[in-house]
Design a protein. Structure first.
Length: 128
């Protein structure tokens, strides 16, 4: 019977050793500083990804609005050989839309500049 008890104790010790190497126990046994560090890393990663995405979205939106504004100059509605008839051209509407797009581009460039500078300050190491 002693041999069976030794095997059970040996298996229990082996299981205990395996459990002590597992991530779950490591997670539960971390010290407070490590927990704070892990939480900080998770927060920074989340903020970084969201901020980076916002900056990229602004950059893309600027390109799209600039493209829309340039496309307004295409006065051939169907193909390169066709030109819009002068009576079909609404100059006042053209001017109004061109100015609106110009203002939108300027506002987006300001937002992009502010966001990019702040992103660089918050997440990009100096000297890189």
């Amino acid at each position: 019977m002693t041999e069976g008890k030794e095997i059970i104790e040996s298996n229990s010790n082996l299981e205990l050793e395996v459990m002590q190497e597992g991530a779950f126990q490591d997670s539960l046994m971390r010290n407070n500083q490590k927990i704070r560090r892990d939480r900080a890393i998770a927060i920074v990663e989340s903020a970084y990804m969201n901020y980076k995405r916002s900056v990229e979205d602004l950059e893309l939106e600027i390109k799209q609005v600039k493209r829309d504004r340039e496309n307004m100059l295409d006065l051939s509605p169907h193909h390169a050989q066709d030109l819009m008839v002068a009576t079909d051209f609404d100059a006042a509407s053209f001017v109004k839309k061109d100015i609106q797009l110009g203002i939108k581009i300027r506002e987006l460039e300001i937002k992009y500049d502010v966001a990019k500078r702040r992103f660089d300050f918050l997440f990009v190491r100096k000297g890189n």
